[in-house]
Ligand binder design. Structure first.
Ligand code: CDT
Length: 310
């Protein structure tokens, strides 16, 4: 029996600061319907898909952006998306800002099956940017002010006939993300992102954003024998231009579908999960070839420590 998952990457264009949830949910539903029309089993939305990317703005009070957070999922605003998914029998993966009942703020993804039930939840592990106001920047990247680092790490869920992992934006730049998921057998890794083209700490990187985007996701796919789905919220949002270039990458590292425009658009691919075995059971047969005893520093040490005398 083949294990094909038809996956849609539902790229989004900008969301304005004052767009209400109903307007955004209508856009998500339109993309979900495009996915259903394309025969998708699963439609993947970007990071923070319900709101503008609010960490670009400083507020004195850390709760100053709480209007952009969801206190429950689903909630009344988002329920129409869950209802439509159940009606269409299409699952989805949705990124949003989560405010827990005990006051924690996370950058979160949920995986919803074709029956409209949440079957997986992931909170962003690698929180980029800064926590204090840096007025010299043309815009802020205050994720480290508004989000906590996930205490949960990376997990996988059995869904859509395969083993699914999730990661969010900056996570995709870290090889540890894919390897920890790969070590749990991940066959399909879903990644939403908001990546401003301007990187204030080193603008030399600005023209390389698209290259780096593909570089890290294709490497993660190949080195772990997994499909990777990278989905952007791109375009010029509140004056800040972000990368589009959503893509679906095979376990070979090859891009099999890529968005050629910015804005709301669905791309899709027929992901044969059994293709993963070609890599997981040969070159990247972890059981045979990995040498965890040689990698101890990866978990024992955080920053760079040069050996004495070096
Ligand atoms: N959303 C997110 O994680 N964006 C970062 C921007 C670079 S760090 C300021 C990213 O890794 O794409």
């Amino acid at each position: 029996m083949t294990r094909i998952v038809n996956v849609g990457a539902a790229q989004m264009g900008p969301i304005a600061a004052d767009d209400n949830r109903a307007t955004v949910v209508e856009r998500l539903i339109a993309l979900l319907r495009d996915g259903a029309a394309a025969g998708c089993d699963l439609v993947v939305f970007p990071e923070l898909a319900l709101t503008t990317f609010f960490p670009r703005w400083w507020t004195e009070d850390v709760s100053g952006h709480d209007q952009y957070f969801e206190r429950s999922m689903p909630n009344d605003d988002v329920q129409p998306l869950f209802d439509e998914a159940r009606r269409l029998e299409v699952g989805f993966c949705l990124g949003y800002a989560e405010l827990t009942p005990d006051g924690h703020r996370y950058n979160t993804y949920v995986l919803v099956d074709a029956a409209g039930s949440i079957v997986g939840k992931y909170r962003k592990v690698h929180i980029p940017g800064h926590a204090g106001h840096e007025p010299h920047r043309p815009f802020q990247h205050l994720e480290r002010r508004y989000f906590e680092e996930s205490p949960d790490g990376f997990g996988v869920v059995g869904a859509f006939g395969g083993v699914i992992g999730m990661a969010i934006c900056n996570d995709r730049r870290w090889p540890e993300t894919y390897r920890v998921l790969g070590l749990q057998g991940a066959e399909l890794i879903l990644i939403g992102y908001n990546t401003p083209l301007h990187y204030a700490p080193d603008p030399n990187q600005n023209p390389l954003q698209s290259f780096h985007n593909n570089l890290v996701m294709a490497s993660g796919a190949y080195q772990n024998g997994a499909w990777v789905v990278g989905v952007a919220k791109g375009g010029i949002e509140e004056g800040v231009e972000s990368l589009s270039h959503s893509q679906i990458i095979a376990p070979s590292g090859q891009v099999v579908a890529q968005a050629t425009v910015s804005g709301d658009v669905l791309i899709s691919a027929r992901c044969d999960l059994d293709l993963c075995r070609h890599y997981k059971e040969t070159l990247f047969n972890f059981e045979v070839y990995r040498r965890p005893e040689a990698y101890r520093l990866i978990t024992e040490q955080k920053g760079v420590v040069r050996p004495p005398g070096v």
